[in-house]
Structures are given as C-alpha cells and as structure tokens.
Design a protein around this ligand. Structure first.
Ligand code: GLU
Length: 424
C-alpha cells in the first residue's frame, strides 16, 4: 500500500513574508516602477512533483518535490536543493528569491532558484535517499541544465546527492554533463574550496564588519549557531584568525566554554559521532536560545530561518551579526536589531561565498580545467570583500541598514539588466 510523507507544518514566521517585507522596503527606497516591482517579485516558473519511492521495507512512499525558478534575468538560475521535513512551497519561493538577490550582490551571472523535497533524510537509508534524488532529477529533466538551471547542495544534501543528480542527468542525456550541478565530489568535477566556501565568506564578512566597528579579532569573542557545513567552517576560520569562539551548537543544543572551544577538536568529534555534537565534553551544555543572547561581540547564526525574532532580539548582546544561514532574522526583529545599533551583515551577502565558489566550479567544468585551492580562495575572498564594501557604501548613501542596502544593490542590478534585455 502506498503512503504519503506528512504535509509540513507551516512556520509561525513565514520566510516568504520576511523576504518580501525587506524587498518592499528596498524597492521603495530605490524608487522602482510598479511594473518592475512585479517583474522582480513573481517567480517565472514553479514546479511541484509527486515522487513515489520504494522504501527498504518494500512499501511505496510518495514524496513531494519542488523547484522554484525565481529569476533568469542575470543568467541561468542557480540554487540548492533542500531535504527537510518542513520544506514547503512558500519556503522554497523565499529561498529562490534570496538566491536571485545573493547572486546579484556578489555580481555573478546567475538568476535564482531553489529546490526542496519534504522528507526526513536522518530517518532514511542511503538507498532510499539515492532513489529519491534520482527520481527528482528525472522529474526535473526539462528544468535543470548547465545553461538553464543549476542546482547545488543545501540543508540535508551534500556532494553525495549532487553526484547522484549529475549521474542521473548525464545518463538521461547520453553524455557526461558535469556543469549541470555544483557542490559535487572533487573526483566528479567538484571545486577545491567549495566545502569551506560559505564559511569562508562568513569569515571574510565578519573581519570586514569588525574593521568597521574597530574590533580587534584577537580580542573578539564569538558564538556560532549551527555546526553543519557553514557553521563549523566559519567557526574554524574565525578561530584561525584569532577570534575566540565561546559557543557552538547543533540540533542537540548549545555548547559553551568561557575559555574558547577547540574547534578542530569539535569538528573531529562531530565527524566520528554521526555528525552530532551530542555528548561533546569540551564545553558546558546550554540551549540554542541561550547561545543567541550570550555576552559576545560577534554572533553567527548559521543554522536555519527565523531564529532571531521579535521575542529574543532585544536580549542580543553582540555588536556584530553575520548571517551564515538563509533568513535567520525575521523581519519583525530587524527594527529591534537596528535600534540597538548592532551591525547586521545580511544573509544575501554574508553567505554568498558558497554560490560564488559554485560559480567557479561551473566555470572550471565548462573550461575542462582545474583551479588550485589558492586561486579559488583568492578570487572568492576578493568577490566577498568587494561585495561587502559595495553594500556598506550603499547603506551610507541611502542611510539604511546593510540588509536593505544589500537588497538595493541587488534589485538595482537585476532591474537595470532587465531594462536592457526588455520584455514582451
Ligand atoms: N545552497 C547554497 C545557498 O543557499 C548554495 C547554492 C549554490 O551554490 O548554488 O547559497
């Protein structure tokens, strides 16, 4: 008998509303026309598919999969695929639009998209996940393409899933097509530096933010929420540059040590401990909520959406927030953060290092050539620093917080490009 993955519960704070309220504010400041407003607001394609998968127990379970293509004005659409029990179409729409703004902020030639499958990867076997990813790829065969729409990893997916996608797509096309997806394993045309790329961009933005606030990295303390691909590398790279990381966390809770956490040791622990910090002995246990309001200078939310809300924003003590996650601050929390004088480096800038190195991966695949890690890092650091400076400058020019400034830079770029391209 077939059965269905239960429908996800919609969050109290809807990321689509959060995204749109910032978009509206930036669009007003920039003074774009009403026509342009709707051109930039409405995704150009939304695909929803049902995916029947034979589970290991022999039963068939039906999963829902999404791909939202928000914009292809700057180039082929780009964005990750999320495996999560809470994924729904509104979340994917918000994340797709964020990808459009993110690519525009760092000035890479892509539009924005996002994919998702409502599933719990933690409860599924590798075989079940592989069948799900391959079925999704076939369902999206006419959506994906190296010049059309290029997926990548996001929450719950990684190089392994991207390898399955590349293989299935390539089989269907009768040739190897590496550039159809980024975030692949190195041997399949992945790029050196891609794994650390998002965390590295967070570090570059954090250092640039510290410079603006005249904070010496060697005297700066930090808390990082989330110890996945983004949080762990951000923590490690910040630690390497002298910042003392007092707290880290994952789904099992927060871990605090007033003398600083040994990040390398924590990373090794997680690797051995089934990707979890549970039982990590180098620190005292706190909650994820407590982590956000610790007495530190720098806060890096690198876990999920809407963790900084109007309920807890007033208790935040950090002077600088650098958003490793997509949408960690709800729109209602923005005025509180701003009134406290906190410098918040927004997601669409701070976590754009990942898609930047995805772009480098795609470029290398198309060239049939491999760059050194040093070249990847040098070029991505420059892109991230230039983007930070551009957004900071816009925040001064328009007298707005960096978040609205980032949207202004992005909306301006996409709308200017649309004007040149023209419509019907
Ligand atoms: N999922 C990542 C993000 O949200 C990376 C997307 C990509 O590399 O295309 O930025």
């Amino acid at each position: 008998m077939a059965y269905l993955e239960p429908a996800p519960i919609k969050d109290k704070e809807n990321p689509l509303d959060s995204m749109m309220s910032r978009f509206d504010e930036a669009a007003r400041k920039l003074g774009i026309s009403e026509e342009m407003y709707y051109i930039l607001k409405v995704p150009y394609r939304q695909v929803v598919v049902g995916l029947p998968i034979t589970m290991d127990d022999g039963r068939i379970k039906v999963f829902e999969g999404y791909r939202v293509l928000h914009s292809n004005i700057l180039g082929p659409s780009k964005g990750g695929i999320r495996f999560d029990p809470h994924v729904n179409i509104d979340e994917v729409k918000a994340l797709a639009a964020w990808m459009t703004w993110k690519c525009a902020v760092v000035d890479i030639p892509y539009g924005g998209a996002k994919g998702g499958i409502t599933c719990n990867p933690r409860e599924m076997s590798a075989g079940e996940l592989e069948r799900l990813m391959r079925a999704y790829t076939i369902a999206m065969l006419d959506v994906f393409g190296p010049d059309k729409d290029i997926p990548a990893p996001d929450m719950g997916t990684g190089p392994r899933e991207m390898a399955w996608l590349m293989d299935e797509y390539s089989k269907a096309k009768g040739m190897t097509v590496q550039a159809v997806v980024t975030g692949k394993p190195l041997v399949l045309g992945g790029s050196l530096g891609r794994t650390e790329a998002t965390g590295r961009g967070v570090m570059v933005c954090a250092l640039a933010g510290m410079e603006k606030l005249r904070l010496n990295p060697f005297k700066t303390t930090c808390a990082v929420q989330g110890f996945g691909n983004v949080g762990s590398h951000a923590a490690n790279l910040l630690h390497e540059r002298g910042v003392k990381v007092l707290a880290i966390s994952d789904m099992t809770g927060g871990y605090y040590n007033s003398n600083g956490i040994d990040i390398q040791e924590a990373m090794r622990y997680v690797e051995k401990n089934n990707k979890s910090l549970e039982g990590y002995a180098g620190a005292e246990k706190i909650t994820n909520e407590e982590l956000l309001t610790l007495n530190v200078e720098l806060l890096v939310p690198a876990a999920k959406e809407d963790v900084i809300t109007e309920e807890n924003a007033s208790k935040i003590q950090a002077k600088l927030i650098v958003e490793g996650a997509n949408g960690p601050t709800s729109a209602n929390a923005d005025p509180i953060i701003n009134s406290k004088g906190i410098l918040a480096v927004p997601d669409i800038l701070a976590n754009a290092g990942g898609v930047t190195v995805s772009y480098f991966e795609w470029v290398q695949n198309r060239l049939g050539y491999k760059w050194t890690q040093e070249r990847v890092e040098r070029r991505s650091d420059r892109i991230m620093k230039d983007a930070f400076d551009k957004v900071y400058q816009a925040s001064v020019q328009y007298q707005v917080p960096m978040r609205i400034a980032a949207y202004i830079v992005a909306i301006d770029k996409v709308s200017q490009t649309y004007k040149f391209r023209g419509g019907y």
